[in-house]
Design a binder for this molecule. Structure first.
Ligand SMILES: Nc1nc2c(ncn2[C@@H]2O[C@H](COP(=O)(O)OP(=O)(O)O)[C@@H](O)[C@H]2O)c(=O)[nH]1
Ligand SMILES: [Mg+2]
Length: 379
C-alpha cells in the first residue's frame, strides 16, 4: 500500500485506456428532443459572446516529455504545518507522561483546528487509558494518539473511482481562492498520467482570468478545454462540454465553477442550475461534486461545507494548502462533522502536488518523527 505513493496505478486500467481510440471531436447536431428541452433552460448566447473555443490537443498525441517530478514525502510537505510543529515541540519540551502533558495536548489539538469537541473526546479517552496505566511513557501515549487520529480519518479515506461512467463528470465547487482551478489542473495531470482522456470545462465565467488560468493548465497538460469566455452562462459552457465529451469518448470531464461566497444567493442558485442541466444529458451527472476547501480556513470550513451541501449534494472533499502554515486539524474536524470522503489533499502549487488521501500517511506526516520508522514509509 505504501508503494502507492511512489507509483502511479498501472496495469489493467492503463491497458484498457490504451486501447481506446480518440473519437471524433464534433458535437452532435441533434434532433434529440431531450437536448432541445435542456437547451431551453440555457439562455441564448449574447451577441457579443465569443464562439465556443476548443483548445484541443488530440489525445493520441504523445505528451511532451517533462522532467520526472521529485515527489516529496508527506512529512516534508507537512512540516510547516502548525499541527506538526506544535505537536513536535510539545513532545520535545514535555516528555513526562502526566496530566499536564495531556492538557497541553488538548490545547495543541484545539489550536490546530481539530475542534473543541473532537479534541476533548480524544484527550479524555487517552487520559482514561493513562490512568489505567496503559502507557508507560510519553512515546507510548504518542503511539496511542496516532492510532486514535488514524481511526478518526479512516472512514473518510475513500479514493475517487472515475471508472464505470463515460464520461465521468466531476463538478468542482468551493469559495473563491480555495484552490479549485489549481486542483483541476492537478487532477487533469493525474488522470492523464493514468492514460485517461480528460476534458476541462471553464465554468468559472465570472472572471476572465479564471478562464485563462484553466486554459493554461489545459495546455500544460495537453488536455482540451471547453470555454466560452467571460460572462458566458456557466451552465451553458458545462452543458456544451458534456456534449463534446460524449461525442469524443472522453473518460473524465472536470468542470470548474465560479467561487461562491455562500452568502451570494444568485451564484449559489447557478450551481443548482448547472447540476439540473447536466442531468438532462445524463441523469446521473455530475457523478462527483468535489468541494475544494482551503486548509488554512480553520473552523469556517465547517460552515462552508454545510452551505454548499444544501445547494448541491457534495460527494467528496479536497483540502488544499496543507503544505503551508495551515493548521491541518481541520481535516479531522471535517471528517468528524460530515463523514464525507476526503478524496485528495493539496500539498503544493505544482501539478504533482496532489495526493489521494490516506489516513495513516497524513497522520504520520503530522506527528513528530520520533514515532519512528513507520512514519518514514509514506513517500
Ligand atoms: N501552497 C499551496 N497553494 C495552493 C494549493 N492549491 C492552490 N494553491 C494556490 O491558491 C491560490 C488560489 O488557487 P485557485 O486554484 O486559483 O483557487 P480558485 O479560486 O478556487 O480556483 C493560487 O495561488 C494557488 O496556487 C496547495 O495545495 N498548496
Ligand atoms: Mg478558479
Amino acid at each position: 500500500m505504501l508503494k502507492f505513493w511512489k507509483k502511479k496505478p498501472a496495469g489493467k486500467e492503463a491497458q484498457q485506456a490504451d486501447a481506446k481510440a480518440p473519437a471524433d471531436a464534433s458535437v452532435p447536431e441533434s434532433g434529440d428532443p431531450t437536448l432541445h428541452e435542456a437547451l431551453a433552460e440555457i439562455p441564448a448566447p449574447a451577441e457579443t459572446q465569443p464562439e465556443t473555443e476548443r483548445f484541443v490537443a488530440p489525445v493520441s498525441k504523445p505528451v511532451a516529455e517533462e522532467p520526472a517530478p521529485t515527489i516529496r514525502g508527506w512529512r516534508e510537505r507537512l512540516s510547516g504545518n502548525v499541527f506538526a510543529r506544535s505537536l513536535g515541540s510539545l513532545f520535545v519540551r514535555n516528555p513526562k507522561l502526566d496530566d499536564d502533558l495531556l492538557d497541553e495536548l488538548e490545547t495543541t489539538l484545539i489550536t490546530a483546528d481539530v475542534g473543541v469537541e473532537a479534541s476533548t473526546e480524544l484527550v479524555e479517552g487517552l487520559r482514561k487509558r493513562m490512568h489505567k496505566r496503559e502507557f508507560a511513557d510519553a512515546p507510548a501515549l504518542l503511539a496511542a494518539l496516532r492510532q486514535e487520529l488514524i481511526a478518526l480519518l479512516k472512514p473518510v479515506e475513500q479514493p475517487l473511482d472515475v471508472r464505470g461512467k463515460q464520461p465521468f463528470v466531476v463538478l468542482v465547487v468551493g469559495i473563491n481562492g480555495a484552490g479549485k482551478t489549481t486542483t483541476i489542473g492537478k487532477l487533469a495531470r493525474r488522470w492523464r498520467d493514468e492514460r485517461r482522456a480528460v476534458m476541462l470545462a471553464a465554468g468559472d465565467t465570472f472572471r476572465a482570468a479564471a478562464v485563462e488560468q484553466l486554459k493554461t493548465w489545459g495546455e500544460r497538460n495537453q488536455v482540451p478545454v471547453i470555454s466560452q469566455g467571460q460572462d458566458a452562462d456557466s451552465a451553458s459552457v458545462i452543458f456544451d462540454a458534456l456534449q463534446a465529451a460524449r461525442s469524443r469518448g472522453t473518460d473524465v470531464l472536470i468542470a470548474d465553477t465560479a467561487g461562491r461566497l455562500h452568502t451570494q444567493g444568485g451564484l449559489m442558485d447557478e450551481l443548482g442550475k448547472i447540476a439540473r442541466v447536466l442531468k438532462k444529458l445524463d441523469a446521473d451527472a455530475p457523478h462527483e461534486v468535489l468541494m475544494v476547501i482551503d486548509g488554512t480556513t480553520g473552523q469556517n470550513a465547517i460552515n462552508q461545507v454545510r452551505q454548499f451541501r444544501q445547494i448541491v449534494g457534495v460527494t467528496g472533499l479536497v483540502v488544499t494548502k496543507l503544505d503551508g502554515t495551515a493548521k491541518g486539524g481541520v481535516v479531522f474536524a471535517l471528517a468528524r462533522e460530515f463523514g464525507l470522503p476526503i478524496r485528495f489533499v493539496g500539498l503544493g502549487e505544482t501539478a504533482t502536488d496532489l495526493r489521494a488521501f490516506e489516513a495513516a500517511a497524513f497522520v504520520d506526516g503530522l506527528l513528530p518523527a520520533s514515532l519512528g520508522g513507520e512514519a518514514q514509509g509514506h513517500d
